[in-house]
Ligand binder design. Structure first.
Ligand code: 6PG
Length: 260
C-alpha cells in the first residue's frame, strides 16, 4: 500500500530549514540505531543549501551519528566538481567541509567523466557495493532528499525523457532543457525504494508546481516526474514553507504536527 504524502507546512524559511534538519537527524538516528549506518542521497539545486547550513550549525554538528553517515547524491550535473553548477560543490562547501566529513564517506557522481553513460554505470557499481545490495534488484537508501522544478522534474528526471522511463538501471543519464543539460540521476526505481523520501520546497516560485503535484486538477499532472515518486514501503514527506504551500487547500500539518 503506497503511503500518502505527509505534508508539513512551516511558517517561514527559518522554521522550514530547522524542521528539515530535525527530520533528517531523526531518520539518521533511527537508521544508525537499527542498521548501524545512515545512507542519505542529497538533493541538487539551491533549495537544500539552507538545510545544509542548519545541519552544519554548531548545535547539530556534534551529532555523533555523522560518523556513521554515508553520503550519496540524487543527481549531478555533468560538470567538474569545482564548477559552481556542481551539486557536490554546494554540499562540499555548506555541509561536508564544516562537518569535516572524510572523502571516503562521500560518494559523489563523477560529473566530469567524459562519458556520462559510463559515469552512470560507475555510480551504480558504487551504490551496489556500498549499499550492500549486490544481489538485490534495488538498493534501499535511508533518506533521499529531492527538490522540484517548475516543470515537475525531480532529481534529473525531466518530463518526456528516457531517464524517466528507465525501469532497470539504478543510475542513468538525464537531459535538462537548461544548461548544464546532461546530468546523472538516480532512477525512480531507486527513489521509490527509499525508507524516507523528503521533498524540500520553499518560496512562492514553487507554489504552482506544488499545487499541481499535491492537488492535481488534471490527469497529466499525475504523470509529472515528482508525482511518480511514491515510495513502495517508505514514507513520502513534503516539507514546505507557507509561501510554497500558498496555493494548497489542505488540510495539512502545520509545523511539528499540529493539523491546520
Ligand atoms: C538539480 C536538482 C533539481 C532541483 C530542482 C529544484 O540538479 O537541479 O536535482 O531536481 O532539485 O531543479 O532546484 P532549486 O532547488 O534550485 O529550485
Amino acid at each position: 500500500m503506497l503511503a500518502s504524502p505527509e505534508v508539513h507546512v512551516l511558517s517561514d524559511i527559518q522554521q522550514w530549514s530547522a524542521e528539515a534538519a530535525t527530520l533528517t537527524l531523526d531518520v539518521q538516528r533511527q537508521a544508525v540505531k537499527e542498521r548501524g549506518r545512515f545512507l542519505i542521497a542529497l538533493s541538487g539545486g539551491k533549495t537544500p543549501e539552507q538545510v545544509y547550513h542548519r545541519l552544519a550549525s554548531p548545535s547539530l554538528a556534534m551529532t555523533k551519528e555523522w560518523s556513521s553517515t554515508l553520503f550519496f547524491f540524487s543527481d549531478e550535473r555533468c560538470v567538474p566538481p569545482a564548477n559552481p553548477e556542481s551539486n557536490y560543490r554546494v554540499a562540499e562547501q555548506a555541509l561536508f567541509r564544516p562537518l569535516n566529513i572524510p572523502q571516503n564517506r562521500i560518494h559523489r557522481m563523477r560529473g566530469e567523466h567524459p562519458e556520462p553513460h559510463a559515469a552512470a554505470r560507475e555510480y551504480e557499481d558504487v551504490l551496489r557495493a556500498v549499499s550492500q545490495a549486490d544481489r538485490m534488484p534495488w538498493p534501499q537508501l535511508d533518506l533521499i532528499m529531492l527538490g522540484i522544478g517548475n516543470d515537475g522534474h525531480t532529481a534529473s528526471l525531466f518530463p518526456g525523457t528516457d531517464a524517466l522511463q528507465e525501469r532497470r538501471r539504478w543510475v542513468t543519464v538525464g537531459h535538462a532543457p537548461s544548461n548544464p543539460s546532461t546530468r546523472l540521476t538516480l532512477t525512480l526505481g531507486v527513489i521509490n525504494q527509499a525508507t524516507v523520501v523528503l521533498f524540500l520546497a520553499s518560496g512562492e516560485s514553487k507554489s504552482d508546481i506544488v499545487k499541481k503535484i499535491l492537488e492535481p486538477q488534471q490527469e497529466s499532472n499525475r504523470q509529472l516526474p515528482a508525482a511518480l515518486v511514491r515510495p513502495e514501503r517508505g514514507r513520502l514527506i513534503w516539507l514546505l514553507d507557507r509561501a510554497a504551500a500558498a496555493k494548497l487547500t489542505g488540510p495539512y500539518t502545520e509545523g511539528h504536527g499540529t493539523p491546520t
